[in-house]
Design a protein around this ligand. Structure first.
Ligand code: NDP
Ligand code: 8X3
Length: 248
């Protein structure tokens, strides 16, 4: 199975950006998405492949549909990496911020659904495609004050399984990769720019890097048509669970 064109949401930083870099080196044409247009334009200049950028907020279904509809005909999406997402805040439910909850559910769950719904018809017509959903260890476990973020990633886990059932019998693969601690802009977003708090998340241990996840995604895509790495949990060696992390 050879894929040619990958659509990556959340390509402006972290895991999405690293995946764009690896797939560009492998000759994929790329459709890169995010809200920060300047970063997307920079990637378009830097990456050694054809790059089409789409600036939209995954929360806005009309924007998602319009962006996908504007794609040139020669860019037939055969890989969708549903990566856009973040945690917003970390607090016990009883003191949680409702705006943070809305952001996580709207981006991590509804946004992933909107993008998938917009991209799938073309894949189904061509009977060919691969959807990789970026879940999390937070979709497999719940940890203190993780409540709504964990719920959003448990939803991704359920959507991943449900989509694989719904697409069974088509030529489309559906997989999830569920990382533990990856050192990206994730914690800066979660802790609203608090650098000290963000740094402590990865302090005293070798966290995963975005490139580690991107390499696994590239490996998943390189498997033959009959092989689907359906659900992968990947942790730093120092992490045993969401709450058990050994630090030097
Ligand atoms: P980053 O903060 O580095 O990247 C998040 C990406 O998502 C950015 O490109 C951002 O682009 C995009 N994004 C966020 N909100 C929106 C939105 N409303 N509309 C469109 N794009 C959006 O974090 P990571 O790379 O770590 O996160 C990527 C995925 O990996 C997420 O789904 C996250 O939950 C998951 N994950 C992360 C882990 C970690 O420890 N870092 C571990 C497990 C899973 P822009 O701001 O330009 O819109
Ligand atoms: C990100 C990993 O442990 O911060 O999904 O939830 S964690």
């Amino acid at each position: 199975m050879t894929f040619k064109t990958a659509f990556i949401t959340g390509a402006t930083s972290g895991i999405g950006k690293a995946t764009a870099e690896i797939l560009a080196d492998q000759g994929y044409k790329l459709i890169l998405c995010g809200r920060r247009a300047d970063r997307l334009e920079r990637l378009k200049e830097e990456l050694p492949t054809e790059v089409h950028t789409l600036t939209f907020d995954v929360r806005n279904q009309a924007e998602v549909d319009e962006a996908v509809a504007t794609l040139p005909d020669h860019l037939e999406i055969d890989v969708l990496i549903n990566n856009a997402g973040n945690a917003h805040g970390m607090a016990p439910l009883q003191s949680g911020d409702v705006a943070d909850w809305d952001a996580m559910i709207d981006i991590n769950v509804k946004g992933l659904l909107y993008v998938t719904r917009a991209v799938l018809p073309g894949m189904i017509d061509r009977n060919n495609g691969y959807i990789i959903n970026i879940g999390s260890i937070a979709g497999k476990e719940v940890y203190p004050s993780g409540n709504v973020y964990c719920a959003s990633k448990h939803a991704v886990d359920a959507i991943n399984q449900g989509l694989r059932i719904d697409l069974n019998g088509t030529g489309i693969k559906v997989s999830a990769i569920n990382p533990g601690l990856v050192e990206t802009e994730f914690s800066m977003v979660r802790f609203k720019g608090d650098e000290d708090r963000s740094r402590k998340v990865y302090a005293g241990m070798d966290a995963l890097q975005a490139r580690d996840i991107a390499e696994i995604i590239a490996f998943m895509l390189s498997r033959p048509a009959h092989v689907n790495l359906a659900d992968i949990l990947v942790l730093p060696q120092a992490q045993a669970s969401s709450t058990i992390v050994s630090r030097k």
